[in-house]
Design a protein around this ligand. Structure first.
Ligand SMILES: NC(=O)c1ccc[n+]([C@@H]2O[C@H](COP(=O)([O-])OP(=O)(O)OC[C@H]3O[C@@H](n4cnc5c(N)ncnc54)[C@H](OP(=O)(O)O)[C@@H]3O)[C@@H](O)[C@H]2O)c1
Length: 351
């Protein structure tokens, strides 16, 4: 699509860890073009290249570098708003945009648990956009607010969706090893995380437990019914730059064989009526057979960081099966996931 026919979009929190990913991805997106960027008072009024400490390994897109950072106020020249704001700021700011007609696609946790705000990964629950009708009625907004799940939840819910559909998951035990970039920039001091593992990430275990059940749940009428699964999560911060690793043990209603698990994962193309979106990877779930994979530094970039890699699938002597997943926290788990949600809204004619 020619640049001037693309849909104008803005990024809030554009200088941060996730904001930078949005800039990198949107600069080459086939349908969207960045027309406005916003951050805090610290950055507002400066050109992006002066306000942002660019951390990614590609060059900052020069045309975005020339844009002036604005305040996060609902007067930005755009139709879609990608929000990479801290949750307490998102709580105040995102409704102001939705109220006056913008389509807000948020990475923040501020509204994920409200009954009329969908948490979406298109391949596993694109039908949850049905909640937006209720959202409009409840709130009287001219626009909409759709959220992406927490970065760790993506690496759990995506592989578990087809397994849940095929064999019925009854219990999930999840232990995470989460990258430092998940804490934003500048994040943790090297003196805290270097040579260390921190067995606590504030609020993370509750987020994983709640959001996984929302994502694996279903919509009945305009109600979201969480999946009936017992889940226990333990979250750890580890000295890895990008890519979250998760060890899962699962109990099933109908115990599958290892071969059946692999077949279901490898053949997953998304749920029924999955629309064709530019950001959907050609292989959503990749199964590795090597005994020492997946690893974040080797697998996080699979299919532009959009595939979840699963390995070490084997019998569990406590539950039924165990496995390890790796997913990219700022791509699949944040900016790319949110961009895919915006693509979904466009295809469903909700923008
Ligand atoms: N990092 C991840 O892997 C990840 C994954 C999924 C979801 N998320 C969520 O995505 C959001 C952003 O995370 P992050 O890791 O990118 O955080 P971050 O690196 O700390 O970036 C925060 C951004 O918010 C801006 N900001 C702060 N206060 C503001 C205000 N009052 N008004 C407007 N902008 C303000 C900052 O701008 P200034 O530079 O101007 O201060 C910065 O651009 C959070 O809600 C986080 O939980 C993060």
């Amino acid at each position: 699509m020619e640049n001037n026919r693309k849909i104008p979009v803005a990024v809030l929190g554009v200088t941060g860890m996730v904001g930078q990913r949005f800039v990198q991805l949107l600069a080459r997106h086939p349908w969207f073009r960045i027309t406005a960027i916003a951050s805090s008072e610290r950055s507002a009024g400066k050109k992006y290249r002066d306000a942002c400490h660019w951390l990614l390994d590609s060059e900052m897109p020069p045309e975005v570098g020339e844009l002036v950072v604005q305040l996060a106020q609902p007067t930005l020249d755009a139709k879609i708003i990608f929000s990479a704001l801290p949750a307490h700021i998102a709580r105040e700011v995102e409704p102001l945009f939705a109220d006056v007609g913008y389509s807000v696609c948020s990475n923040a946790s501020a509204f994920r648990y409200e009954e009329d705000v969908p948490v979406i990964i298109p391949e596993i629950n694109h039908d949850h956009t049905a909640l937006l009708e209720k959202q409009k009625k409840n709130r009287g907004w001219k626009g909409t607010l759709v959220t992406s799940p927490n970065c760790t939840t993506s690496g759990i819910a995506l592989p578990l969706k087809p397994l849940h559909e095929a064999f019925g998951i009854k219990k999930i035990f999840a232990v995470t090893m989460q990258a430092v970039s998940g804490a934003g920039y500048p994040g943790l001091s090297f003196l805290d995380i270097g040579d260390n593992v921190i067995p606590f990430i504030g609020g993370e275990e509750q987020k994983i437990e709640t959001e996984t059940l929302l994502l694996l749940g279903k919509i009945e009428g305009s109600q979201r019914i969480p999946a009936n699964i017992t889940i226990s999560a333990q979250a750890n911060r580890v000295n890895v730059k990008e890519g979250h690793t998760i060890c899962l043990s699962l109990a099933f209603a109908q115990k599958p064989s290892r071969e059946e698990i692999i077949s279901v994962l490898e053949n997953f193309k998304g749920i029924e009526d999955m629309p064709d979106l530019p950001s959907v990877p050609k292989q959503i779930l990749i199964v590795r057979q090597e005994e020492d994979r997946p690893q974040p530094c080797k697998d996080r970039h699979a299919n532009d960081g959009m595939s979840v890699t699963v390995g070490r699938i084997r019998v569990c002597p406590i539950l039924d099966f165990r496995m390890v997943t790796v997913s990219h926290n700022t791509l699949r788990g944040a900016a790319s996931g949110s961009i895919m949600n915006a693509e979904l809204l466009v295809v469903k004619k909700m923008v």
